[in-house]
Write a protein that binds this ligand. Structure first.
Ligand SMILES: Cc1cc2nc3c(=O)[nH]c(=O)nc-3n(C[C@H](O)[C@H](O)[C@H](O)COP(=O)(O)OP(=O)(O)OC[C@H]3O[C@@H](n4cnc5c(N)ncnc54)[C@H](O)[C@@H]3O)c2cc1C
Ligand SMILES: NC(=O)c1ccc[n+]([C@@H]2O[C@H](COP(=O)([O-])OP(=O)(O)OC[C@H]3O[C@@H](n4cnc5c(N)ncnc54)[C@H](O)[C@@H]3O)[C@@H](O)[C@H]2O)c1
Length: 507
């Protein structure tokens, strides 16, 4: 499996002008033996441009491996998109809005009566901002602890081992490094004819800080951001309509799970307009008018909203880096091409995270960062993109790892399916939260697990038993024969595993 992945990653790479990675490692180990880290020169062993989950983790790991390291970050706070305007603030708001929704709609069923439940939006946003502040400062602390030099400013290449930095206090400095890692992440993908003003037409960043709950919210794109942020504002009272170009929501999800997921979101009053494209957006009046038409053409409809969220994907961010100046190759989508060691076509220049091909996820960026500096230090790094879990943090959550049933069919793989509904799980029933299922896909001949998909509250935590199993090439019988504590939601995974190779007990 690892070899197949390696071949896939190699295919991303343009073989023209490739530096021999073996030579690169030899050059590096020679440098190490000369002990350049303590030479007293101002040259770093590793310079990282970008302090997001890819960059800051790479910087800390490099320092832990004894390499003199500097990280350059332009936003004045570490943690990148994920901590500042992504994973963390969105999960804070998902949690707060879920608590409000539960208090309003579920508590009474558990015998808890509240005279009234109100939203204090400024307090909710402040709790999110405090969580972000604490975590970003925490990374600065980790930099100090690990002796990573932190330069606050915008970096651009002068040469393959020199970065000029316009510092945020108005100064300029040049940072030199034997190995430079580009970890500049991604930015929102804009749509033609739609100008994001972060007030009425917002990206995820604006949607994390709306000053009031919009009466009507239109979301463009039924991907992770659209469904998570749509859930937040829907729970707080917005009427949410999601316009999606494709025939399905989250097109990458297992089809069977996706259908149940969509039904669940519709029960929460989220409306979907699938196979629909946005033709124009007019924000000149009080609200926003959106003209849409069927994706294949046809009659146009006008929708009205107070706020429109543009969440139709993200695009690699390399603006102002001067990559062209040093000849770093990118693909048509602007993603930096790297080989299996995260090395670009330019000797000594590497790239990781959202700015290279692969899933745009924080944990994947972190794994890239660790593996990249391990290669730089002459060790072995490893990231298998086929085994990176994905989680949509709605309620219920949807989590998956490995192949979907559609992918196995397309690849002509013979497989078995084992499923178990949370309706038959005692813990889920006890807490009155029994929506969803576990679905396991295993090789028909060998029983090796190929894919696991979970829809349930906390699926994002439950999935890790499956992630571990898939990484250790476990069979469904391996999971089924492991004693699971009772009563837990995890027992549903054991029962689904039993259903895959034999029969479950509780259904
Ligand atoms: C709303 C939202 C929610 C998300 N939720 C999740 C989630 O729950 N789970 C998950 O896994 N992923 C989530 N993601 C995706 C996740 O944020 C990204 O995959 C992750 O941040 C990528 O990390 P990175 O280090 O590659 O890039 P980034 O986090 O984008 O960091 C890059 C950093 O580089 C800096 N930079 C760029 N250019 C320069 C330059 N020239 N000089 C200096 N600094 C520069 C930027 O300021 C930025 O801080 C979410 C994204 C969004 C937008
Ligand atoms: N929980 C998480 O892990 C999480 C949360 C948020 C974001 N992210 C990451 O951030 C990235 C960006 O998220 P996203 O939701 O913007 O992208 P996405 O790629 O997940 O979804 C974008 C959706 O927009 C649709 N679309 C594209 N163009 C359109 C158009 N013109 N009109 C209507 N629909 C259109 C696509 O078909 C797709 O369904 C993703 O790669 C995701 O991995 C992850």
């Amino acid at each position: 499996m690892a070899m197949a992945n390696l071949a896939r990653r190699k295919a991303y790479f343009l073989t023209r002008n490739v530096t021999n990675s073996h030579t690169d490692a030899l050059r590096f180990s020679f440098s190490l033996s000369r002990g350049f880290a303590s030479s007293g020169s101002d040259e770093n062993d590793v310079v990282v441009i970008g302090g997001g989950p890819g960059g800051y983790v790479a910087a800390i790991k490099a320092a832990q491996l004894g390499l003199k390291t500097t990280c350059i970050e332009k936003r004045g706070a570490l943690g990148g998109t994920c901590l500042n305007v992504g994973c963390i603030p969105s999960k804070a708001l998902l949690h707060s809005s879920h608590m409000y929704h539960e208090a309003k709609h579920a508590f009474a069923h558990h015998g808890i009566k509240l005279a009234s439940v109100e939203i204090d939006l400024p307090a909710m946003l402040a709790q999110k901002d405090n969580a972000v502040k604490g975590l970003t400062r925490g990374i600065e602390g980790l930099f100090k602890k690990n002796k990573v030099t932190y330069v606050k400013g915008y970096g651009k290449f002068l040469s393959p081992n020199e970065v000029s930095v316009e510092t945020i206090d108005g100064g300029n400095t040049v940072v030199k490094g034997k190995h430079i890692i580009v970890a500049t992440g991604s930015d929102v993908k804009s749509l033609p004819g739609i100008t994001i003003d972060e007030k009425k037409i917002v990206s995820s960043t604006g949607a994390l800080s709306l000053s009031e709950v919009p009466k009507k919210l239109i979301v463009i794109g039924a991907g992770y951001i659209g469904l998570e942020m749509g859930s937040v504002w829907g729970r707080l009272g917005s009427e949410v309509t999601v316009v999606e170009f494709a025939a399905d929501i989250v097109p990458s999800m297992d089809g069977e799970i996706r259908k149940q997921f969509q039904r669940s979101l519709e029960k929460q009053k989220m409306k979907f307009m699938l196979k629909t494209k946005v033709v124009s957006v007019d924000a000149s009046g009080d609200g926003v008018k959106l003209t849409v038409e069927p994706a294949e053409g046809g009659d146009q409809t006008t929708l009205e909203a107070d706020v429109v969220l543009v969440s139709a994907g993200r695009t690699p961010f390399t603006s102002g880096l001067d990559l062209e100046k040093i000849g770093v190759e990118t693909d048509k989508g602007g993603r930096i091409l790297v080989n299996e060691r995260f090395l670009t076509n330019v000797s000594g220049v590497y790239a990781i995270g959202d700015v290279i091909p692969g899933p745009m996820l924080a944990h994947k960026a972190e794994e890239d960062g660790v593996a990249c500096v391990e290669f730089i230090a002459g060790k072995h790094g490893h990231v298998d993109y086929d085994k990176v879990p994905g989680v949509c943090y709605t309620h219920p959550e949807v989590a998956s790892v490995g192949k979907t049933e559609e992918q196995l069919k397309k690849d002509g793989v013979s497989y078995r399916v084992g499923k178990f509904p949370f309706m038959a799980n005692s813990r889920a029933k006890a807490i009155d939260n029994a929506e969803g299922l576990v679905k396991i896909l295993a090789d028909k001949e060998t029983d090796k697990i190929l894919g696991v998909h979970i829809m349930s509250p906390n699926a994002g935590e439950l999935i890790h038993e499956a992630v571990l199993a898939i990484n250790y090439d476990a069979s469904s019988e391996d999971i089924a024969r492991v004693c699971h504590a009772h009563p837990t939601m995890s027992e549903a995974l054991k029962e689904a595993a039993m259903a895959t190779y034999d029969k479950p007990i509780h259904i």
